[in-house]
Design a protein around this ligand. Structure first.
Ligand SMILES: Nc1ncnc2c1ncn2[C@@H]1O[C@H](COP(=O)(O)OP(=O)(O)O)[C@@H](O)[C@H]1O
Ligand SMILES: [Mg+2]
Length: 189
């Protein structure tokens, strides 16, 4: 279980073994944990991704945010530069599938939102350690974005996505909290 690639494969297997019921119940618990945070309550603009497969469900989180009049911004990735730009969406109709179920904002219909305007960044990932280091999908998009991002960046994960040790590289930037179905882990202590 040494490299990032092996860990990605191993955790994806665990996630696929989770029952649909467990997936739904745990996602709801994580959503409740998120809404209990002062960070959530105080955030007006929240950056998040559209979940797919066995990622913690974010669609219900987005609906809750809209109900509370919060602004939701979603990344548009540039595969050439491996950089992303967040766009403000007000409806799921403003999304389009780019590849393999990955939903991104329609750029002609949605305004760009600068990093300074984002109050809370929810960072996706495949696995995490208790210090907030993560293994993402391998593009390094969030490591690049976090270089110039000063507001809270946190992650949502099922507890089976937590591991004791993450192989770290110099460019990897940790998140400050991880919310699981059981607990809120504070990483920056
Ligand atoms: N701030 C950065 N500047 C330049 N390249 C970066 C930066 N952050 C990450 N990278 C590059 O992106 C690639 C993927 O990063 P990695 O941490 O393995 O992916 P992920 O975080 O998505 O799991 C690596 O080759 C890494 O060198
Ligand atoms: Mg990384």
């Amino acid at each position: 279980m040494e490299g990032k690639k092996e860990l990605r494969t191993y955790i994806k297997t665990l996630l696929n073994e989770m029952s649909d019921n467990t997936y739904r119940t745990f996602s709801e618990n994580i959503s409740k944990n998120l809404q209990s945070l002062l960070l959530w309550k105080q955030a007006n603009t929240i950056a998040i991704t559209i979940s797919r497969g066995r990622e913690v469900d974010t669609k219900s989180i987005i609906l809750k945010a809209w109900k509370e009049n919060k602004k939701i911004v979603i990344p548009k990735c540039n595969p050439q530069t491996k950089e992303m730009v967040f766009h403000h969406i007000e409806s799921f109709d403003q999304l389009e599938e780019v590849y393999f179920g990955l939903m991104e904002p329609k750029i002609a219909e949605t305004a760009v939102v600068r990093p300074e305007e984002i109050d809370l960044l929810i960072v996706p990932g495949i696995c995490f350690d208790s210090k907030g280091f993560r293994i993402g999908y391998g593009g390094g998009y969030y490591d690049r974005y976090l270089v110039n991002f000063t507001k809270p960046a946190i992650s949502l994960a099922f507890s089976c996505q937590l591991v004791n040790h993450i192989p770290k590289e110099a460019h990897d930037i940790p998140v400050t909290k991880i919310l699981t179905e059981h607990e809120v882990i504070t990483c920056d202590v």
